[in-house]
Ligand binder design. Structure first.
Ligand code: AKB
Length: 315
């Protein structure tokens, strides 16, 4: 049975991916880790280690201790926080990734690291953004993501490390909150709709971005990990998307379920600038062709499920 180490396991993706991998591969084969420990299902249901990915020795020790086959690196500083703390974003997203790749090389592990729509920039084609295109991001997060894609390609070409990854859009989930991204509004809007009946949107009404519901994101990671490596041409940077919408569209979808819901705008200039530099919608045909990417949720089905699950959680 394969053994996985997940970094950032208590974060938005990690808390759901850990539980799904434990279901499929057995609790003891999925080692969760994070910079600190909190009482959650992730910590209670299987092995958990305190690991800061900027600490090479500690990472190496844990990989050896469990004889890990795959490192899934979900520890990252996201776009909005990255603009406020660029040094920390570089330290975690680049030096942390470099440590992961070096430890993987030494211990013969594969590595999955997500990239992001942030790896594109203002002069990238905005609509139906191609798989291979101009990437000149102007945020620290974006710079680390495009550099990470290249570094992972390098470790595959040069050292044969089995590196894989996707460019995630904004991820929407009810289990854990996102931590400091530009797409976070698309999660907060559901909480505010249920808890306050109104939402103040930090992005303007024309801001289109790609988005995805978490069950599709979890499947993307697992499907790519299980894919036949010999068929992968774009190993570390597959465009994946499930939907593209602007704030008005998600508001109107929620309003179908909560007719009294209202929304106004208080645009945050810094966030808006980041969002404006990202694509409106991605072309994900390479992922479909090379490993069968096939998202299940659109805005309508996601909204229905999100509201149902959040109602249960908040009650
Ligand atoms: C962010 O908004 O920073 C992230 C991302 C799109 O990578 N959700």
């Amino acid at each position: 049975m394969k053994k996985f180490l997940i970094t950032g396991a208590l974060g938005q993706i990690g808390s759901e991916l850990t539980m799904e991998l434990r279901k499929r591969y057995g609790n003891e084969n999925v080692i969760a880790s994070g910079r600190s420990k909190r009482d959650t299902m992730v910590v209670e249901s299987g092995p958990f280690e305190v690991v800061d990915i900027t600490d090479y020795d500690r990472l190496n020790e844990v990989v050896k201790k469990y004889d890990v086959d795959w490192i899934i690196n979900l520890a990252a500083i996201l776009s909005a926080v990255g603009e406020k703390k660029p040094t920390m974003a570089w330290e975690v997203n680049m030096n942390g990734l470099f440590n992961i790749l070096e430890v993987a090389r030494e211990n013969n592990c594969g590595v999955f690291t997500p990239s992001s729509i942030a790896a594109f920039g203002p002069n990238t084609p905005k609509d139906d953004t191609p798989q291979d295109t101009i990437q000149r991001p102007n945020t620290m997060y974006g710079v680390t993501k495009v550099s990470g894609e290249l570094l992972c390609d390098y470790y595959y070409e040069k050292f044969g490390v089995d590196t894989r990854g996707v460019r995630f859009p904004g991820l929407i989930s009810y289990a854990a909150l996102p931590g400091g991204g530009t797409t976070d509004y698309a999660v907060h809007i559901y909480y505010d709709a249920l808890q306050k009946g109104k939402f103040t949107c930090p992005l303007d009404e024309d801001t289109y971005m790609d988005m995805m519901y978490m069950p599709d994101a979890i499947n993307a990671i697992i499907d790519l990990l299980e894919a036949d490596g010999t068929k992968l041409k774009h190993r570390n940077a597959f465009n994946v998307t499930a939907m593209s919408f602007n704030p008005e569209m998600i508001f109107n979808e929620i309003k179908k379920h909560i007719p009294e819901f209202t929304m106004d705008y208080d645009v945050d200039g810094d966030l808006q600038k980041i969002a404006n530099s990202w694509p409106n919608s991605l072309d994900d045909s390479a992922a479909k062709e090379e490993w069968g990417w096939n998202p299940k949720y659109d805005l309508e089905s996601m909204t229905k499920d999100m509201l149902e699950k959040l109602r249960e959680k908040l009650n």
